[in-house]
Design a protein around this ligand. Structure first.
Ligand code: BDR
Ligand code: CA
Length: 312
């Protein structure tokens, strides 16, 4: 199984990513770290503990991370995910406690102690991993890759050009992109192919267990936000695309390119620049960019994992 840490801000789609990571035998979930983003970090932490409790994964070490970005103003996504960051169905109270370390300390320890390089999956702002690589660059070689949900090749959501996660901490992403670590970006151009259509939600609701029912209810809340804010007919379930790509390499097609993030634009701060057509020939490609999702394969994988987890 591939050893990973999941750095997240749950969040409805982060929550599904957590369930997928716990359920899959192809993934060895070494730790979960939290970040501000969809909600305040304290809420993201509480949500992570509750989702892991729901999944029966109370032995996963969890640590709380950054309350705000390395630079710039705090941005939060409660306008999408609700007051708690994970509004909708009732969840169990946390059945276990945080480890006594910060997110950066836990990440650092896991990377140092694990015998092989670890994959770092990021489904929120890049703050924790940016701080880690800024302060402990010697850990670069201990990271197999950073695979993150954020950015996009054409357009944003939090602003017209910037996706939320990259908008929330562009300086942190810039550190990661300059660190010389392998990077894969799963942006909005990819995740807008991962729509929880009525048929998908129906398949969740048809499962005879609380985890399937909970996922269906999450999609209901998330879907109503996407309808209200962006006029989508079905919500894009962004974050599990990262885990799915690790489980099944055929779910996503990639293209190598130079990738940068705008730090200074008047209107475009946090926008990712993916040079898919080599328009900056003096720039060396530094990332793999997700281009095409096999949506059928994706949903079959996610739904099977949810059903396995929920079935006693
Ligand atoms: C990203 O922001 C959050 O709303 C989601 O959890 C996802 O990580 C999408 O822009
Ligand atoms: Ca997220």
């Amino acid at each position: 199984a591939r050893p990973i840490v999941l750095d997240c801000d749950p969040g409805h789609d982060d929550a599904v990513a957590l369930l997928l990571a716990v359920s899959s035998p192809a993934i060895d979930l070494l730790a979960v770290t939290t970040c501000f983003g969809n909600c305040a970090v304290t809420d993201a932490t509480r949500n992570a503990l509750r989702v892991l409790t729901l999944a029966g994964a109370t032995d996963v070490p969890v640590a709380e991370g950054a309350a705000g970005p390395l630079a710039g103003d705090l941005a939060l996504g409660n306008y999408v995910h609700g007051a708690s960051g994970l509004d909708g169905p009732d969840l169990p109270e946390p059945g276990f406690e945080l480890v006594g370390e910060s997110a950066v300390e836990l990440l650092s320890r896991v990377l140092r102690e694990h015998p092989e390089p670890v994959t770092v999956v990021v489904t929120g702002p890049m703050t924790n991993v940016g701080a880690l690589l800024r302060d402990q660059p010697e850990l670069t070689d201990k990271i197999a890759e950073v695979i993150f949900m954020g950015g996009g090749t054409h357009g944003g959501n939090h602003t017209p050009t910037a996706e939320f996660n990259t908008y929330a901490d562009p300086e942190a992403l810039d550190i990661v992109l300059s660190a010389g670590v392998p990077v894969r970006m799963i942006g909005l151009n990819l995740t807008h192919q991962a729509l929880a259509t009525p048929e998908v939600v129906e398949r969740m609701a048809a499962m005879q267990h609380v985890i399937g029912q909970t996922c269906a209810a999450w999609m209901g809340f998330f879907g109503s936000s996407y309808k209200k804010v962006w006029e989508f007919d079905a919500p894009p379930v962004h974050d599990p695309c990262t885990i799915a790509a690790l489980i099944d390499p055929d779910v996503i097609e990639w293209r190598e390119a130079f990738l940068a993030v705008e730090l200074d634009g008047t209107w475009t701060r946090g926008t990712t620049i993916a040079d898919l057509y080599g328009r900056y020939p003096d720039r060396t490609p530094n990332a793999q960019i997700a281009i095409t999702l096999d949506a059928q394969r994706y949903w079959d994988l996610v739904l099977a994992a949810v059903d396995t987890l929920g079935t006693p």
